[in-house]
Design a protein around this ligand. Structure first.
Ligand code: SF4
Ligand code: FES
Length: 249
């Protein structure tokens, strides 16, 4: 398979950046998208050129690092997969593929295709946790009964891998799907109820401070989410938020 790659190259956070064209040949349909980029980088290194910087770690859809905007879609043209799970058979021989980093004010580009997603970490630090007293009389988590429906919904929300595709796909760069998944995961469980009110208020406050935009119910986030996180989580977070606001007054 022969391809024409147009890749965003940017030396550092202050560089203006530009699209650079790289023709590539010998790509097999069974290769992953990142393996295709590995081959390109090997060729660039042999030629003495700077390889394309891109984020990756697990390469099995778990870590959320491989954040690429491919032909205008977060994680490319396939559904419910991350870029590392995307196969080259999804593209046609001779196709031109545009590869860009996430574009959002809260995710500044560090180099080439790598963005700084530490804003998500700060949102998590603001409330995405439960405090457990480990003084010796902690209740065994398994001894607290949880309705199956709630456990399933909490588990679904917990599958969010923090990749940021929801932000990159949203015209407002909203992080509502990510934050609502994290709020929902804990709000649905008894262990999360203790700090529920402070959690949702603090996480939403931090989300706004980090420069993420507002949700206008477009739904692009849920379409592009590799873990199929449901918009229901946003509705749940809004209920949690207004409930917490009213009881705080
Ligand atoms: S909600 Fe989906 S798109 Fe957003 S960070 Fe989580 S897994 Fe990624
Ligand atoms: S490299 Fe971990 S999800 Fe893609």
């Amino acid at each position: 398979m022969k391809l024409n790659l147009k890749i965003w190259r940017q030396k550092n956070a202050n560089d203006k950046g530009q699209m650079v064209t790289y023709p590539i040949d010998g790509i097999d349909g069974d290769m992953s998208f990142l393996e295709m980029l590995d081959i390109l980088n090997e060729e660039l290194i042999i030629k003495g050129e700077d390889p394309v910087a891109f984020d990756h770690d697990c390469r099995e859809g778990i870590c959320g690092m491989c954040s690429l905007f491919i032909n205008g879609e977060a994680h490319g043209p396939d559904r419910a997969v991350t870029t590392c799970q995307l196969h080259m058979r999804k593209f046609k021989d001779g196709e031109t593929i545009f590869i860009e980093p996430w574009r959002a004010k809260a995710f500044p580009v560090i180099k080439d295709l790598i963005v700084d997603r530490s804003a998500f970490d700060r949102v998590m630090s603001a409330g995405g946790f439960v405090s457990v007293n480990t003084s010796g009389n902690t209740i065994d988590a398994n001894s607290i009964p949880i309705p199956k429906h709630d456990a399933d919904k909490a588990f679904e929300a917990a599958t969010c891998i923090g990749c940021g595709a929801c932000v990159a796909s949203c015209k407002n760069s909203s992080a509502m799907l990510f934050v609502s998944a994290k709020v929902s995961q804990l709000a649905l469980l008894p262990q999360g109820k203790v700090e529920a009110k402070d959690r949702v208020l603090n996480m939403v406050k931090m989300m706004d401070e980090e420069g993420f935009g507002n949700c206008t119910n477009t739904g692009a986030c849920a379409v592009e989410c590799p873990k199929e996180i449901s918009l229901d989580n946003i509705a749940r977070m809004n209920r949690e938020y207004f409930g917490a606001m009213i009881s705080a007054e």
